[in-house]
Design a protein around this ligand. Sequence first.
Ligand code: ADE
Length: 230
Amino acid sequence: MLTVGIICAMNKEIAYIKEKFNATLIEEKHSIYEAFYEGKRIIACVSGIGKVNSAVATQRLIFNFSVDYIINVGIAGGLNKSLSVLDMVIAEETVYHDFHPLELLEQENGLGTYIFKCDNRLITLAEKACEKMKESGKIKNFTKGRILSGDCFVESDEVSRRLRDEMKGECVEMEGASISQTCILNEVPFLVLRSISDFADNGAEMSYDTFAVKAAEQAGEVLCEIINGL
Ligand code: ADE
C-alpha cells in the first residue's frame, strides 16, 4: 500500500487534515497520526517549528514508516507582492535563506546543490488540485516557484524585500528546505505546499494571528486533492 508522509510544523496546521482523514493518534510522544484514505496509508505528524525539528520528524517518518512520499503542508509569509493572503504557493524548489555561504552545500560530501528540487509528479498534482479549487471558488489564486526557509519568523519590510529581490522567494517559512534536504539525502520524493497567512513585513504578526488558521485549513484542503490524485 502506498504510504504518504505528511509533515506540519504546528497543531493548527494539522487540525483540518486530522479531521478530514479521521486520523488516529498512534505515537503520542511524536504527535504521529495514521489514516487510510482512498486506498492509501497516511502518516501525518506535527514536527514542531524550525529546521532541526522538521528534519528529525522527516527522518523518523522515513525510517519508521517507510513513506513513499513526503508532503510538507502549512502556512507562510508572502514575499511576492502579487500574492494575497490565502493564496497558495507550490514549491518547485526550496532554499535556505539563513545558510551562508549557500555554496558550502555544493561541496564534497554534501548534496551537490543548495537548490532542493521538489518532485515533478507532486508539483503537477498540486497544480491540478489548485486549479480545481480555483474553479470552484475555494481559493482565489496560486503560484509556483521558490520557497525560502530559515530559523526565524520574518516580520520586517526590509528583510522581506531582500528575500524577494536577492533570493527570489515567493514566500518564506521555517521548515520546507530542511524537510527537502532530509528527503534528498534519503532519496524520497517530496513537495512543499504553503498558504499565505501574512507578508513577512512589519505587519506580519497581526496578519498571522488573523489568517493562520484559515490558511492552514485551505492548505489541508489542497493536500486532500493531491492525495486523491496519487
Ligand atoms: N510562517 C508564516 N508566516 C511566516 C513568516 N512571516 N516568517 C516565517 N515563517 C512564517
